[in-house]
Design a protein. Sequence first.
Length: 135
Amino acid sequence: MGTWDVGPFDNDTAADWCGDLDDAAPDARQGFVRDTLARAADTAGHLDADIGDEAVAAAALVAAQCPGGEPAHPHYGPDEPVPDLTGLRALALRALDRVLTEPSELLELWDESDGDPWHTTVNGLRETLTPQQPA
């Protein structure tokens, strides 16, 4: 696993996924993100680390469009414009929940190392994606 930090785009798999997103036709990009999130969210058995990394990157793109969301990484995130993804918030949350639920290879890999900063990153995405209740 080529991982250099805990951010959603800080690994080879996510960077490659962003390249594939850039290569997709503009009208296919929303579906590309949706399919990535659904692939993770709908995995009942063992969740492969690559699918988890892609799902975290896709969820980060959705979160970037929500209030308080962090923009995508300027070097490893997508270069091409991303369509409105805010309608995918619930699916992004389900995908992140699946990444954080065993059996998940990505969860296992981070738990074997000092996974606290990674958990903080993913939980921050979850918080951004969770619709806020009116005060």
